[in-house]
Design a binder for this molecule. Structure first.
Ligand SMILES: NC(=O)C1=CN([C@@H]2O[C@H](COP(=O)(O)OP(=O)(O)OC[C@H]3O[C@@H](n4cnc5c(N)ncnc54)[C@H](O)[C@@H]3O)[C@@H](O)[C@H]2O)C=CC1
Ligand SMILES: CC(=O)C(=O)O
Ligand SMILES: [Mg+2]
Length: 371
């Protein structure tokens, strides 16, 4: 198969869909790999590094989109990219369609077969292609939040770890999945006072065991959210209902009960965000303020550490990517976990949560592939 990898064009996005090591494996499987010139610059991979493993180098993204039967990316396609996608082509990348009707229309109109990393599943109920970036974003969320808490950055002026004789900062983490667990590890490491809220009691039980009483856990009701958020210096939003738009757990009204200069880091922003007042921001302008509360809502947080993130992402995407390249659409019908990643195919929406969020007709993925 002709496998293409364009340079990412989202604001301050330095990751790349294929590392040279991954490109080498596609070549070893007999595929032709085409990389846009400069695509690997953010991870210190030169065109020569890709050429050395047998990839060809395209001067422009247009060449890649025109030639490739499968496009491997990181972020959801931007408008100039939708316009180049076509029926019969496989797009393998993050999509986050539920909160993004325009992109969804773009992909429907193109007829492309869109496999979204974030809805591919595994046998343990996890999301193996989301998990590595959630690990990165969870860890980064505490770094970003600690910085935003500095007075010069608009925050309260609290050091998360405190010092001897002065209390630590309070961190509330809403959602104790992959992001939440990694955020808790980092916040604890800095010496903060940490509470994790989740709707899953078994998840809370696991976290309680893991942290051996060093974090507080709370079942996530509106009352518990209010109580925790009102006393927090830093709140991290890490909730996910797979594929769906994130529920708004912290309302605009609640902001008035919070400490002035407290910081909200909405990691869940790529699915719409779990704070009512969130809107997506970029690494260039990551924060904004509403009612004295600092909001950090960068939708591609892992793009800030592309060397770590690209390698972690490729480790996870490579086996499924090779299956798609080797077998085409048959790889989807052969593997229910990869099939769960199919969000759009030939103009049909094949993910139920996305269809419901956007009021689109839902077509079962296996049925759509038969047509
Ligand atoms: N902004 C960024 O750059 C990035 C964003 N993300 C996003 O972070 C979010 C979280 O991802 P993961 O941790 O991997 O998901 P996950 O599925 O591992 O964890 C989500 C957790 O939310 C919990 N939850 C569901 N409803 C809840 C409620 N009402 N109250 C409290 N908890 C609730 C679930 O029980 C689960 O434990 C996703 O939207 C993901 O796309 C991930 C990576 C990068
Ligand atoms: C998961 C995601 O949206 C990201 O890594 O940017
Ligand atoms: Mg994102």
């Amino acid at each position: 198969m002709r496998v293409g990898c364009p340079k990412e064009i989202k604001n301050h996005e330095y990751r790349v869909g294929l590392t040279p090591a991954a490109a080498r494996e596609y070549v070893a499987h007999g595929h032709q790999v085409m990389i846009e010139s400069g695509a690997g610059a953010g991870i210190d991979a030169s065109d020569e590094d890709y050429a050395a493993v047998g990839a060809s180098i395209a001067a422009t993204a247009e060449e890649v989109f025109a030639a490739a039967e499968m496009i491997v990316k990181v972020k959801e396609p931007q408008p100039s990219e939708w316009a180049q996608l076509k029926q019969g082509q496989i797009l393998y990348t993050y999509l986050h369609l539920a909160p993004d009707p325009k992109q969804t229309e773009g992909l429907i109109a193109s007829g492309v077969t869109g496999v979204a990393y974030e809805t591919v599943t595994d046998a343990h109920g996890g999301l193996p292609l989301l998990a590595p970036m959630s690990e990165v974003a969870g860890r980064l969320s505490v770094q970003a939040g600690a910085r935003a808490l500095e007075k010069a950055c608009g925050g309260r002026g609290v050091l998360l770890g405190g010092v001897a004789g002065v209390a630590s900062g309070r961190v509330a983490i809403i959602g104790g999945g992959v992001v939440g667990k990694q955020a808790a590890k980092m916040a604890l490491g800095l010496g903060a006072d940490v509470t994790i809220l989740d709707r899953s009691i078994s998840r809370l039980r696991d976290l309680d065991d893991l942290f051996e009483g060093r974090v507080k856990t709370a079942f996530s009701t509106p009352t518990a959210v209010e109580e925790t958020v009102f006393t927090a210096d830093l709140v991290i939003g890490a909730v996910l209902i797979p594929g769906a738009t994130t529920p708004k757990l912290v309302t605009r009204e609640m902001l008035s009960g919070m400490k002035k200069g407290a910081v909200l880091v909405d990691v869940a922003i790529d699915q719409g965000g779990c704070f009512e007042t969130s809107h997506a921001t970029t690494h260039a302008e990551p924060t904004f303020e509403v009612e004295g509360i600092v909001h950090y809502c960068v939708a591609n947080m892992p793009g800030a550490v592309p060397i770590t993130s690209t390698n972690a992402l490729n480790n996870a995407t490579l086996p499924f990517g090779l299956a798609l390249a080797d077998r085409g659409l048959a790889a989807l019908t052969a593997d229910p976990h990869l099939l769960a990643g199919l969000n759009v195919h030939r103009g049909k929406v094949t993910n139920r949560a996305v269809a419901e969020a956007l009021g689109k007709p839902f077509v079962d993925a296996a049925e759509a592939l038969k047509a």
